[in-house]
Design a binder for this molecule. Sequence first.
Ligand code: PHE
Length: 452
Amino acid sequence: MAINKKQHAQWSSSFGFVLAAVGSAVGLGNIWKFPYMVGESGGSAFVIAYLFCIALIGFPILVAEWFIGRRGQKNPINTFMDVAESEGRSRSWGIVGASGILGGFLILSFYSVIGGWALNYITKTGSGAFVGQDSDAVGATFDAMLASAGTLTIWHTVFMIITALIVGVGVTKGIEAASKILMPLLGIILFVIVGYNVVSGGFGEAFSYLFAPDLSKLNSQIVLAALGHAFFTLSIGMGIMVAYGSYLGQEVNLLKTARLVIILDTVIALAAGLAIFPIIFSNGLDPASGPGLIFVSLPIAFGKMTGGTIIGAMFFLLITFAAVTSSISLLEPSVELLEERTSLNRTMATVVAAVVVWLLGIAALLSFNLWSDVLIMGNNIFDALDKLTSKFLLPITGLAGIIFFAWRMNQDAIRAELNLSGTAWQVWQVVSKFIAPIAVLVVFVTTLIGMG
Ligand code: PHE
C-alpha cells in the first residue's frame, strides 16, 4: 500500500510538471511563429536547421536549466547565485538569471499583441465573418485589423488583463488543470485541419516544401533564426525553465521529461505547418507574408469547410488558451522578482510589471500602423523586440547557462543525478560541453561576420 501511494505521488507530481512545462513551451511560437518563419526562410532548410537546433542545443539546455533550478529552488537570479556559490564559483553568475528575466519580459510585450489578434479572431471567425470569403477578402480583413491602432490596443489590453489576473490572483494551478483537457483538444483540431487539407488539396506540395531536404537555401541567417526559434519555442534562455525546475522533485527523470516535452512541442509545430501551408499553396498565397500568415490562411479554410465557423472559433479560442499558458510563465518571473526585491506585494508587483509590459506592447503594435516608420537599426519596434530577444538575449543566456552547467558544476554529481553511465554519459558530456555551446557560438560568429 505504502509503495503504491508513493508511486502514485511520484507519477502525479511529474505529470503536473510535464503539463506546466508543455503549457509554457506550446504556444504562439508553435502555431503562429514557426509557420511564418518557415515561410520567410523558404521552407525545409529552416525546418532542418530547427530540428538540429532542438535536438543538439535545445535538449541539453532544457535539461541544464531544470537541473540548476532543482538545485537552487529559488527565482532564477538567486538560483544561479546560490548554485554558483555552492559549486565554489562567483555569485555574479546570477546575471544569467537576470538576462533571462529581461528576455521573458520583453517577449511578453509583443506576445500579448499576437495573443490579442487571436482573441479578436475568435469573435471574427465565430460570427461567420469568413464564410465563403476568398483569399483577398480574408487578407483585407487582416490588413484592416492591423491598420487600426485602436482595435489592436483593445485586444492587446484584454490579453494582458487576462494574463495579469491569472498571475496576480495566483490561479495558475487551475489553468494547469484546464490545460489537461484543452491542450489535447488543440492538438485534435490541428489534426482535423491537416485532415481537411489532405482531402482538399495542396498537401503534397506543402509536405515537400516543409520536408524535402533543400539545403541550397541554407545560410547563416536561417540557422540563427532557427536557433533563436528553438529557444523561443522551448521557453529556454529565459529563466522560465529554471524557475519551473525549482518545483521538481528528485524523482523526476530530467532526460525523459525533456524528451517528452520536446517531442510534443515539435509535433505541434510541424502539425501547424501542415495545417497552414496546403492552404497557402492551394490559394496562391505568399508563404513569406510574415507574422500574419496564420490569420490570412486558416480563415479561408474555415470559411469553406462544413462546421468551419465553430471549428474556426474553437481553434482561435484554443490557441488563445495556449498563448495564455505561455504568457503567464513569461510574466511570473518578473512579478516574483519584484515581490522579493521590493516592498511591493503580489498584487502591486503584478500591476507594475503588467503595465510596463503593456506600454511596451503598445509601442510594438503601433509598428503596424501609426509608427510604421519608426525604425531601430532598420527594424520596426515589433521586429526589433522579436529579434533582440530571439536572436540575442535568449541564445546568449542559454549559452551562459550551459557553460555554467557543463564547465562550472561538479560533473560527478550531475552524472549520478542524471543516472547516466558508460557511453550514454560520454555522449552527454560531448554534447553538453562541446556541441551545444560551440554550435551556439559558431552560429553567432558567422552571422556577425556575415552582417559586417
Ligand atoms: N514557448 C512559447 C511558445 O512557443 C513562448 C514562450 C517563450 C513562453 C518564452 C514562455 C517563455 O509560444
